[in-house]
Write a protein that binds this ligand. Structure first.
Ligand code: SAM
Length: 280
């Protein structure tokens, strides 16, 4: 009888042990799975946070364009030119944009940790845009030119020493009408990696025209002290003034891309400071 009790006790213990063993086996893959999942999730989370870390301006841009009924003026293939340059630079850049428009939040969000600064001719429009997008950085700019003077300015600037390519400067250069002489200090002090000229207005005689913007962009680019080139984008090159001024100051030899109505120039810094008769 005691032998049978022993046997029963051993059998029950064995059975419990077996159940525990089988349960461990069954649970193991799950535990492993859960751990793998957790590791994968953590890794994914790390990877996501590394690459998907939108800034306020980018979130604002998504909301803005998801609800906007107006389409910005540049076409997709034109926009892609500056987008690709910003991407290829691979670092926060200094991006100067002439004009505030429906595309402004887009430019700023392409350069999320960089400096994107807008120069706008119409002070009221600056206020309107900044009311909706206060994290854009914009200044009102006073132009001293009118589109109707474009031909005269082009033929006379060479006889004005203050406009000469070897001595050209902007700040307080009242003598050269093409120089934007009264910009905020920040504009002169920053070395701009990209300059987008999509303003001021240049489609009626009294409008400022883009002559001073093109000239001033050329002076800024040629004065670059750091390494590399300045990327200058000019929109509306289907118009005579934009085309002629680009050829005079930004130079055909620096033109690297032409898409739709947009020209992309890569302007090297001017290294030799000997007197040169022309910008190109
Ligand atoms: C030729 S437009 C370029 C606009 C920009 N590329 C865009 O797609 O919206 C340049 C100028 O037009 C004016 N402008 C643009 N959009 C405007 C608007 N909705 N209302 C008033 N002025 C505007 C600003 O003075 C601006 O600097």
């Amino acid at each position: 009888m005691p032998q049978r009790k022993w046997f029963l006790w051993l059998a029950i213990t064995g059975l419990i042990g077996a159940v525990f063993f089988i349960m461990t086996l069954i649970q193991s893959p799950n535990t492993l799975c859960i751990e793998t999942q957790t590791i994968t999730q953590t890794r994914t989370r790390t990877r996501v946070s590394e690459y998907y870390n939108p800034t306020t301006i980018q979130l604002k841009a998504i909301l803005h364009y998801a609800t906007l009924r107006v389409v910005p003026q540049q076409s997709l293939s034109e926009i892609k030119i500056s987008f690709d340059v910003l991407k290829s630079l691979g670092r926060p850049s200094n991006f100067l944009v002439f004009g505030l428009g429906h595309d402004s939040l887009m430019w700023a969000s392409f350069n999320p940790r960089g400096t994107t600064l807008f120069l706008e001719e119409d002070p009221k429009w600056v206020q309107t845009v900044l009311k909706d997008a206060p994290n854009l950085r914009a200044h009102a700019v006073r132009y001293r030119t009118q589109l109707r003077d474009a031909d005269a300015l082009l033929s006379s600037y060479r006889s004005e020493p203050a406009c000469s390519p070897s001595r050209a400067y902007l700040r307080d250069n009242g003598a050269c009408k093409l120089a934007l002489d009264n910009l905020p200090e920040e504009v002169y002090e920053t070395e701009w990696d990209l300059i987008m000229i999509d303003a001021p207005k240049g489609y009626f005689a009294e409008a400022p025209g883009r002559m001073a913007a093109v000239y001033s962009a050329a002076v800024m680019a040629r004065g670059r002290k750091g390494s590399g080139v300045t990327h200058v984008f000019l929109h509306d090159v289907n118009r005579k003034v934009e085309k002629v001024y680009a050829e005079e100051f930004l130079c055909r030899k620096n033109l690297v891309k032409s898409v739709g109505r947009l020209w992309h120039f890569e302007i090297p810094p001017q290294t030799n400071h000997i007197d040169v008769p022309a910008f190109c």
